[in-house]
Design a protein around this ligand. Structure first.
Ligand code: ADP
Ligand code: MG
Length: 557
């Protein structure tokens, strides 16, 4: 279809308002255009987190010389024509907003040729105005170069995070498109550094090798299901491979990368009882559904979608994943969830008469009285007696609190005990993890880590904090990088590192402890700053006062 400006009745219906928030939004629009143009090779190169330059080249259809200027008009698109097309969108773009929005905030060069033209066309625009146009030779395809994003809007520049943060967003985005389009050869180069290269042979597992490493790729389980009109395929991790963040969940609906609480829930519920509470799977899930069953026109960035039959999609996804999981023998874990939610815990509350006795009655900041050990329950809780009743201590949460305080104290005194590894461990990082490591390596050094580049996104771990000597190092570093990249916690970086390390270096629920070990744990817990809450704010213990016990047994009214 030729590029033309949409009629005003369609414009009124599209969820318009393309906002170029940050460099990654530009990369997303340009990559989507290349994919819509049927490209099999896409190269993304950025400078200074995309602020100085973003260049996306493809070998797609190209834009005919006669349509090149129209492409920069608002609502000019070749992808939809009339209102009925809005109901069956199969392309990634459809609003005709990206090129004009990008061109108005910056300086853009576009260089393109279609298969039927003998020579390519070049156009240079500044603030949306054409400043140069000429014919030049080039192979079929399109290259768009965006210079000095927001130069004319310095206010937006101020809000951008560091180059490393922008790079990590770009690396994550390109990784997602590479997962969605295994038949496309993607190359990502950040500040002249190759960050990701996929081979484009159509094999999802091969893309996973490039992004998450060989070991993960080899153990991922195949998902394959056709449920009437909905088809689902992809790869998902066995429960032994869980991660402590949701960054490893990728959903593609009709090949569009989407963020969907519905799909996240469906996936996680399929793992119910197989993962610890704070663990998440690694999954790449493709859902193919008739375009009429879907509304992609609800969000300006097109990152959200609405299914007409949500429940049906939910069950299909859950079923598909359960089927994949059923193909491996799995031991179910014995984690006992906390009986008090962290929300309840943080708020002091009144004890109502008709409530059961098992409620938390004190705030976590209070000091701990001297406790006498009575025993262990379900290899998970320590039972102890205090001057005012019974204490049930969660051994994992308590140990986490102890370690957290110790780690921060060692760090504050610059006395971090380091353990050199006789045999260095190598690990592969995803492009996003690599960017986070580059940004945070100096902090990790302060905590005793020595991690050296080993070429091609492999890293060699030579030393670790001595406190972590018994833990799974690769798991710790992956969790740590995720924690540092996450925006959900405003805590300073040293607290994030200490939290993550404490969480992974601790004794687990389900581990039998000797009386001596339990006494030592209680003693150390008594010495911490906040013995009643773990670093995540969850309770380390439940206290049943003598008064509550007497009341519950009907000794007093
Ligand atoms: P949309 O993608 O919503 O149609 P854009 O502003 O992103 O709007 O692009 C406008 C038009 O320019 C597209 O409809 C397409 O015809 C053309 N175009 C943009 N980028 C490319 C590309 N890389 N290859 C071929 N055509 C392109
Ligand atoms: Mg587009």
């Amino acid at each position: 279809m030729p590029i033309k400006v949409l009629e005003s009745d369609i414009v009124a219906k599209i969820a318009a308002g393309e906002v170029i928030e940050r460099p990654v939004s530009v990369v997303k629009e340009l990559v989507e255009n290349s994919l819509d143009a049927g490209a099999t090779q896409i190269t993304v190169e950025t400078q200074a987190g995309g602020v100085e330059q973003i260049k996306v080249s493809d070998n797609g259809t190209g834009i005919p010389a006669s349509e090149l200027e129209i492409a920069f008009h608002r609502y000019a698109t070749s992808k939809i024509d009339d209102l009925s097309d809005l109901e069956k969108i199969t392309s990634l773009g459809f609003r005709g907003e990206a090129l004009p929005s990008i061109a108005t905030v910056t300086e853009v060069e576009i260089f393109t040729r279609t298969s039927s033209e003998v020579v390519g066309s070049y156009l240079h625009l500044r603030k949306g105005e054409v400043i140069q146009r000429e014919s030049r030779a080039r192979p079929q395809g399109t290259t768009v170069t965006v210079h000095h994003l927001f130069r004319f809007f310095p206010a937006r520049l101020k809000f951008l995070k560091s180059v490393n943060t922008e790079n990590s967003h770009i690396a994550h985005l390109v990784s997602q498109y590479a997962l969605a389009f295994p038949e496309v050869k993607f190359t990502l180069v950040l500040d002249k550094r190759p960050s990701l290269r996929t081979i484009g042979n159509g094999e999802l597992r091969e893309v996973i090798v490039e992004i998450y490493g060989l070991e993960i790729a080899q153990s991922m389980l195949q998902i394959e299901q056709g449920d009437g009109l909905t088809k689902i395929n992809g790869l998902t991790s066995p429960p032994s491979l869980a991660r402590s963040s949701r960054n490893y969940l990728s959903f593609f609906v009709n090949r569009r990368w989407v963020r969907s609480p519905l799909l996240t829930r469906a996936t996680e519920e399929a793992y119910h009882g197989l993962l610890m509470d704070d663990k998440h799977p690694i999954s790449v899930i493709n859902i193919f559904i008739p375009a009429q069953e879907l509304d992609v026109n609800i969000h300006p960035a097109k990152a959200q979608i609405k299914f007409c039959h949500e429940q049906a999609v939910f069950s299909s996804v859950q079923k598909a994943i359960k089927k994949a999981l059923a193909s491996t023998p799995i031991a179910s874990i014995k984690s006992v969830p906390f009986s008090v939610s962290s929300e309840q815990w943080q708020r002091p509350r009144m004890i109502m008469d008709n409530e059961p006795a098992f409620v938390v009655t004190q705030l976590p900041t209070m000091e701990l009285p001297v406790l006498r050990l009575l025993g262990q329950l379900a290899n998970t809780y320590i039972i102890a007696e205090g001057p005012d009743g019974l204490y049930l201590i969660d051994q994992h949460a308590a140990h986490e609190r102890i370690l957290y305080d110790r780690i921060l104290a060692q760090w504050a005194q610059k006395e971090f005990e380091v353990q050199g590894l006789l045999q260095p461990i190598t690990m592969e990082l995803s492009p996003r993890e690599e960017e986070t490591l580059r940004a945070s390596n100096e902090f990790l050094v302060e905590f005793g880590f020595t991690i050296e580049p080993f070429g091609n996104r492999s890293y060699m771990i030579r030393a670790i904090p001595a406190l972590m000597a018994r833990a799974n190092i690769i798991e710790i570093i992956t969790a740590l990088l995720n924690k540092l990249a996450s925006k959900d916690s405003p805590n300073p970086w040293e607290e994030k590192i200490a939290q993550s390390l404490a969480c992974h270096g601790t004794i687990r629920a389900g581990q039998q402890l000797s009386n001596e070990e339990m006494r030592e744990l209680i003693k150390q817990l008594e010495q911490t700053k906040q013995p009643r809450a773990c670093p995540h704010g969850r309770p380390t213990m439940i206290h049943l006062s003598s008064h509550q016990l007497d009341k519950e047994f009907g000794r007093i009214s």
